[in-house]
Design a protein around this ligand. Structure first.
Ligand SMILES: Cc1cc2nc3c(=O)[nH]c(=O)nc-3n(C[C@H](O)[C@H](O)[C@H](O)COP(=O)(O)OP(=O)(O)OC[C@H]3O[C@@H](n4cnc5c(N)ncnc54)[C@H](O)[C@@H]3O)c2cc1C
Length: 473
């Protein structure tokens, strides 16, 4: 049995804490925000003070990868989430109408998910963590720095110091402090070489409103969850207890669209999108929530096979975080937690081997997801920039971005392509794996050859700007 300190009680920190405790370790989870998890879902939604997580009340969708990891590792969390009103949802039902063969198939159940608003998921996780015998969850504790000693020429982390000056010793420290993790700074202060870090502003800004159904049923899906419409993208996410969110996201540099912050203008734009307007038919439970400044950030802690420190592992957003339009952060995060626990089981007694093994697993299983998410976002960003500058987006049919775009069109006409596409969306199969299949690529090419682009399901750029001007007048 080891003593493990987990930093941060967000989704990944809590999941890691529960799992590691169940593996027999002595585990302490430290969280900067005060305790005070509300008893009811409505209170959690309205009043839970979670300043440590900027996106706490932003839209969150849980892909089937989350359900799968929960059922494999934390089935009681999956059960409690369902009991808290999470929605069971299978995106196979989003099959485009042009596909004639609509019969269910064996294997479709892998796409099924359970999804809920972020505060509901966290409330469930905190309740399970609090009920876990021997798991210590300490709130109101801000971690300030790492404690480390030299181990074969690199710092070995053996604990942490809090803002209050308390020192806690550990065999392993897990950083789950999220997007704002300052692990590189902590490691450098402990004498480590610089962390390899890639960081860029994803360039998007989100405008979201949440709704609740007035009759218990959520509106019908007439489009994919995420849909580009010219220079805007629309995201409609089913959630728990008959709620849903509707988001418009745009390029952060697109000044005229900053007016989407105004409720009437935001509403006018959604109302002008024929496949989405009916999602306004509910009771609004928030005003428009805006969020920008969202970075894509990736870190690596092993250089040329040598870790820059031992006794420390980063997981979830503390390791890598990306623009959330594909809603994958919690999928990567929980998959990472699951894999981290496996590496801890095998290598904890050998700090150097542990650091190398965790790096190898991360690079093989998690980094490819991060890379393809960022690539996709860059493509979409470039497309928006072209359109808003009056140019047609560049088409490069053989490139991975060309293939990605072609897949979007082709999957709407073929039940197999549709399912492969869904598997990539749900974080089950990386896109590069799907695109490595020559038959798959040939089918995409065949279906998109000479086929016209689908009509825009909403206002074009000119109409959008005119709509915003008129609605504002
Ligand atoms: C706008 C937006 C929308 C998103 N939508 C989705 C979605 O639809 N689906 C999805 O899967 N993902 C989504 N994500 C991503 C998702 O929110 C993150 O991937 C997820 O929160 C990562 O969990 P985490 O536990 O790693 O970090 P967090 O949830 O950020 O938790 C970190 C915790 O560490 C604590 N902490 C920080 N510093 C310290 C310290 N020094 N001492 C002690 N405690 C500390 C914080 O208070 C916090 O509780 C979205 C993100 C954004 C920004």
């Amino acid at each position: 049995m080891a003593r493990i300190i987990v930093l941060g009680a967000g989704v990944c920190g809590l999941a890691a804490g529960i799992l590691l405790r169940r593996d027999g370790h002595e585990v302490i989870v430290l969280e900067r925000d005060a305790d005070g998890v509300p008893a009811s879902i409505d209170e959690a939604w309205e009043r839970w003070a979670r300043d440590g997580v900027a996106q706490f009340r932003q839209p969150h969708y849980l892909h089937s990868r989350v359900r799968i990891v929960l059922e494999e590792t934390l089935p009681d969390v999956a059960t409690a989430l369902a009991a808290a009103g999470a929605t069971r949802f299978n995106p196979v039902q989003l099959m485009p109408p042009f596909i004639a063969d609509r019969l269910p198939r064996d294997g479709d159940e892998r796409f099924e998910t359970i999804t809920a608003r972020r505060p509901v998921l966290e409330q469930v996780l905190v309740q399970v963590a609090r009920a876990e015998p021997g798991l210590e969850l300490r709130n109101d504790v801000v971690v300030r720095e790492l404690l480390a000693t030299d181990y074969e020429g690199i710092p070995h982390v053996h604990g942490i110091r809090t803002e209050a000056g308390d020192e806690l010793r550990a065999d392993l420290v897990v950083d789950a402090t999220g997007r704002r993790s300052v692990l590189p700074r902590w490691l450098e202060a402990a004498g480590a070489a610089p962390v390899y870090e890639e960081i860029e502003d994803s360039g998007f800004i989100y405008y979201t409103r949440f709704f609740r159904s007035q009759n218990g049923a959520i509106p019908e899906f007439r489009a994919p969850l995420l849909m580009p419409v010219g220079t805007i993208s629309l995201l409609v996410l089913p959630s728990d207890n008959s709620t849903w969110s509707v988001t418009v996201f745009v390029s952060a540099g697109d000044r005229p669209l900053k007016r989407l912050r105004v409720t009437e203008l935001w509403t006018a734009v959604i109302a002008a999108c024929p496949l989405h307007a009916h999602w306004l038919d509910g009771e609004p439970i928030t005003e428009i929530r805006a969020m920008g400044g969202i970075v894509d950030r990736y870190r690596r802690f092993v250089h040329a096979g040598r870790p820059i420190a031992t006794g420390i592992a980063a997981v979830g957003d503390a390791w890598a975080c990306s623009n959330p339009s594909a809603g994958r952060g919690i999928s990567f995060g929980l998959l990472g937690v699951q894999r981290l626990c496996g590496v801890i089981r095998e290598h904890l007694d050998h700090p150097l081997q542990f650091a190398q093994a965790w790096d190898a697993v991360t690079e093989a299983e998690l980094t490819p997801w991060y890379r393809e998410t960022v690539e996709e976002d860059r493509d979409r960003f470039a497309e928006i920039e072209s359109l808003r500058n009056g140019r047609q987006p560049e088409q490069s049919p053989g490139s991975s971005s060309g293939l990605r775009r072609a897949l979007l069109a082709a999957m709407a006409r073929d039940p197999d392509l549709f399912r492969t596409f869904l598997a990539t969306r749900c974080c089950l199969t990386p896109l590069r794996e799907a695109l490595a299949d020559q038959n798959f690529v040939a089918r995409i090419t065949e279906l998109t050859r000479d086929s016209p682009s689908p009509p825009l399901a909403g206002p074009d750029r000119k109409q959008l700007l005119s709509l915003l001007d008129h609605a504002a007048a």
